[in-house]
Every structure is written in structure tokens, then in C-alpha cells.
Design a protein around this ligand. Structure first.
Ligand SMILES: C[S@@+](CC[C@H](N)C(=O)[O-])C[C@H]1O[C@@H](n2cnc3c(N)ncnc32)[C@H](O)[C@@H]1O
Length: 293
């Protein structure tokens, strides 16, 4: 049976990872006898993030491959740790979103996660070498846009979010709130070419059911017949429902939930795949209208 101390290790492990990254405990700049650094290094070794290798005459701490992956995810780790204290705040008023600075950190952290674990997404879904006009809604920091353009250089990508920014990914994010009434008509008027593909990544789980129903209906109206919709979502985890109940009226979605929602709007499923172990992607199409006699 697991004891409370075993359960607590997960939380302390995350804290040790963050402390190690902040202090760059793998660098030789530290006093070799500093007990705090030595303790964090020991923790990192137990987590498989650091190993000791002989370098010339000394034994130096060297970051493992896993350690390097984890260090690159510093923003995601910082965000999750800040969220822990938010989860402990019983008086928290529902804000509909995390504090803006934290949210920026999340979107940046997700980008690093995508770069590491989800690079095969578009190849896996057969979305490569396309010459299409693509729209992404809720594009965050443009991480997915840059992954898409890396394998679809001839496509035109319009990345939108309720916040407009120019991101580290060199992608311009245009301001578009898909909860405003006439965004579909606005886009139709301002784009002479129809969108052949619309992308939603980690958006549906942030929103409640009626909003998602409306969003998928709106995208259906925007797409031409044969146009595609790619939805990427994260598999539910133990904490996600709690997180989303705290921040919005959304909730984690299983692949079947996404298919059910899309089916109600009239889409046909054409491909499905797991990516990176943590996410799944489903590709839908707007079918030809059925002729009823
Ligand atoms: C969890 S983040 C995912 C960001 C990005 N798609 C990714 O996968 O990294 C959800 C995104 O949806 C955006 N969003 C939420 N509500 C929106 C709305 N009504 N209109 C446009 N964007 C919205 C948020 O600003 C945020 O960037």
C-alpha cells in the first residue's frame, strides 16, 4: 500500500526539479561542499536527471537526456507549481482564466512541450506538403503554427487568439474572439480564399459544453464542403477536472467526447491518432450535404 509519504514525493520531486533548474545545479560554478546544492543534486540523481561522470580528475555532475528534456520545460513546471498554490486557495473566486502572467507562462511552456513531444503530429495525421489556407483558433503562442509551417511551407496560416501578440515562434497572432457573434462572417468577408483546414488545440477542454457546440457549428459554417477540422486535446489526467472547475466551466475530454461533439455539428471523422503519449488528435471533414428526395 502507498503511504502518504510516498504520495508526497511527487510534489517534492517537482519542487526539487524547479529548485535545481533555478540554481543550475549541473554547472561547476557552485562551491563543491554547498550542502543545499549537493542535496538537490542527489535528488536529481534519484529522479534520473543527473549522473556523475569522471571529467579529467574530478567527478562532475552531468545532465542526462531526460534531465535536458525537463530543463527545457522550465516554464511548464513553473506554471504547474504556481497553480498548486491556486488549488489550495479555497476562497478563490472563479476568474474564467488563470492570472495573465501565469497564463503566458503556460502557453510558452506548452510550446516547449509541443516542440519536444508533438513534432510528429502533422506527419502522423497526413497533413504535410499541403498548399492550403489554414486557420487556427485559440493559437496561444503560435507553437503549433510553427510546427505546421515547418512541414507545410506553401500553406498560408492565419493564427488567432483572443489576445493578439507576436510570439517567440515568429508567428503573428491576430485578435479574434470566437465567442463573439459574427466572427465567421467577418472572416468570410476578409478572406477571399476559403479555409481548407481549421485547427483547435487544447481549446475545447477550456470551454463549457454550449460554447463548444456553438464553436463547432460556427466552424462548420466557415468551412467549404470537403474542408477539414483538426482537434487536438490532452488525455484527461487526475487533476485536470479540478483545475478546470477552478478556472472555467470546461472539463477534460475523452476522444469519444470530441467525436460526439463533432458528430452533432455534422462532421465526419477521417483520422485519429495518439501523439506524444499525452495528447490525441482527430481529423474531421465537412461532408457533402445529403440530398433527401
Ligand atoms: C490552453 S490554451 C492552448 C493554446 C494553444 N492552442 C496551444 O495548444 O498551445 C487555450 C487558448 O485558447 C484561447 N482562447 C480561450 N477562449 C478564447 C476565445 N473566446 N477566443 C479566442 N481564443 C480563446 C486562450 O487565450 C488560449 O490561448
Amino acid at each position: 500500500m502507498r503511504s502518504i509519504y510516498e504520495l508526497m514525493e511527487d510534489a517534492y520531486g517537482l519542487a526539487a526539479i524547479e529548485a535545481g533548474i533555478k540554481q543550475e545545479i549541473w554547472l561547476p560554478k557552485h562551491d563543491p561542499d554547498n550542502p543545499r546544492v549537493l542535496a538537490i543534486r542527489a535528488y536529481w540523481r534519484r529522479l534520473g536527471l543527473l549522473e556523475s561522470l569522471p571529467v579529467v580528475n574530478i567527478v562532475a555532475p552531468v545532465v542526462t537526456d531526460l534531465g535536458r528534456e525537463i530543463i527545457d520545460l522550465r516554464d511548464l513546471i513553473g506554471y504547474e507549481l504556481s497553480m498548486l498554490s491556486l488549488h489550495r486557495d479555497d476562497d478563490l473566486k472563479t476568474t474564467g482564466m488563470a492570472p495573465p502572467a501565469l497564463y503566458h507562462q503556460l502557453r510558452k511552456g506548452l510550446g516547449a512541450y509541443f516542440d519536444q513531444y508533438l513534432t510528429s503530429l502533422f506527419a502522423t495525421m497526413g497533413l504535410v506538403d499541403m498548399k492550403a489556407q489554414v486557420l487556427e483558433l485559440g493559437a496561444g503562442e503560435g507553437a503549433l503554427a510553427s510546427l505546421f509551417l515547418a512541414v507545410n511551407a506553401d500553406s498560408k496560416y492565419v493564427a488567432t487568439d483572443r489576445f493578439s501578440t507576436t510570439t517567440e515562434h515568429n508567428v503573428q497572432i491576430h485578435e479574434l474572439n470566437f465567442q463573439t457573434i459574427n466572427w465567421v462572417e467577418h472572416l468570410k468577408q476578409h478572406n477571399s480564399e476559403p479555409f481548407g483546414l481549421v485547427i483547435l488545440s487544447e481549446v475545447l477542454h477550456c470551454k463549457d459544453y454550449p460554447t463548444n457546440r456553438q464553436l463547432l457549428d460556427d466552424i462548420f459554417r466557415l468551412l467549404p464542403v470537403g474542408g477539414q477540422l483538426l482537434i487536438m486535446e490532452r488525455y484527461p489526467t487526475k487533476h485536470l477536472a479540478w483545475r478546470l472547475a477552478l478556472m472555467s466551466n470546461g472539463g477534460p475530454l475523452q476522444p469519444g467526447d470530441v467525436e460526439g461533439l463533432a458528430g452533432l455539428s455534422g462532421y465526419t471523422k477521417i483520422a485519429w491518432n495518439s501523439v506524444g503519449g499525452s495528447h490525441y488528435a482527430t481529423l474531421f471533414q465537412k461532408p457533402k450535404p445529403r440530398i433527401t428526395l
